[in-house]
Design a protein around this ligand. Structure first.
Ligand code: PEP
Ligand code: MN
Length: 337
């Protein structure tokens, strides 16, 4: 349920509404816009009768939210949310250009890649320290040593850093080094992880599960939001399909689809979506044209030696050419980075 307050409602009136909601054992979530305040009420709505609430001074309207996701819905927040990651803003016309290797391998390699991508226009450095590999015999990531390298290179090249977190036991550790938590496709419905991350206030990059619907993705975002962390950025990274000439099938319609239903920013990862460097540039342009709030691209200075996802990595030079064109397209659609 959403309670819309009158533009002239006083803070005493707002406090009173909040108090009534809490008395009923429900959770209020405030959204203070420029013109009015909206309170999202989470919990068993049967406990709330719309009519008596409408009688409270300062309340303009009480509306049911018919969608299963509530705090993530457009009804809850009409404007586009802007998520801050260090100095970088994502959403509301600001684009995230996230780039880096799949895995953090060692300091010199990450230093070289970070230098190139920064020059090309990237504004967030990525790299995995805990890797969700299909085979237990594949490189699993450097763990804390990798996180330290990522932090150092983020500082050196003046970019905030994002890295994947796979387990609630890693939260405190990753929180010490990263500016943004990545929840990967394989963990999109790890509800315990989502709830724990919701307890922090760190920005979250929530990737679409490989067989998740757009609604499933928004419900996962809702888990984080419902715990009080509003800093969620969604990421379309393709879904499994019958098509086998690409790694996954990129669902570009997810971008305007999410935008119509939710205020949360959404970016696109053409690297994992296609698995093919030859397709990444066109899919990155398509993402920007579709309204995405950024792109997420894997880059490696020597893909043939990469310890993870080498075949899909762009070379720094290819990334620089791509970003040059992405920048021009971003201008056309009225976005900046
Ligand atoms: C990654 O970003 O390296 C990754 C493993 O992504 P996804 O979870 O989308 O497969
Ligand atoms: Mn990868």
């Amino acid at each position: 349920m959403i309670i819309v307050l009158r533009p002239d409602s006083t803070s005493e009136q707002i406090d009173h509404v909040v108090q009534r909601i809490t008395e009923l054992g429900l959770k209020p979530h405030m959204s203070r816009g420029e013109l009015r305040t909206i309170i999202g009420v989470i919990g068993d709505e049967n406990k709330l009768q719309a009519e008596p609430l409408q009688a409270i001074p300062g309340v303009e309207q009480v509306l049911p939210i018919l969608k299963p996701f509530k705090l993530a819905s457009r009804e809850f927040s009409r404007g586009d949310s802007v998520v801050a990651v260090g100095k970088v803003k994502i959403g509301g016309g600001h684009m995230a250009q996230i780039a880096g290797p799949c895995a953090i391998e060692n300091a010199p390699v990450l230093d070289e890649i970070a230098g190139h991508i920064k020059k090309a226009g990237a504004n967030i450095l990525r790299g995995g320290a805990f890797k969700p590999r299909t085979s237990p015999y594949s490189f699993q990531g450097l763990g804390e040593e990798g996180l330290k390298i990522l932090r150092d290179m983020g500082n050196k090249h003046d970019m905030p850093v994002v890295t994947e977190i796979m387990d609630i036991r890693q939260i405190a550790l990753v929180d010490r080094y990263a500016d943004m938590f990545q929840i990967g496709a394989r963990n999109m419905q790890n509800f315990d992880l989502l709830k724990e991350i919701g307890q922090t206030r760190r920005a979250v990059l929530l990737k679409r599960g490989m067989s998740a619907t757009v609604k499933d993705m928004l419900m996962s975002a809702e888990y984080v939001l419902a715990e009080g962390n509003p800093n969620v950025v969604l990421c379309e990274r393709g879904v499994r399909s019958f098509e086998d000439s690409t790694r996954n099938m990129l669902d570009m319609s997810a971008v305007p689809n999410v935008k119509s239903m939710s205020h949360l920013p959404i970016i696109v990862d053409p690297s994992h979506a296609t698995g093919r460097p030859d397709l990444i540039p066109s899919m990155a342009f398509a993402a920007v044209a579709a309204g995405a709030d950024g792109v997420h691209i894997e880059v490696h200075s020597c893909p043939e030696k990469a310890l993870s996802d080498g075949p899909q990595a762009l070379l720094p030079k290819q990334y620089a050419e791509l970003m040059e064109r992405v920048r021009r397209l971003a201008e056309v659609v009225g976005k900046t980075f």
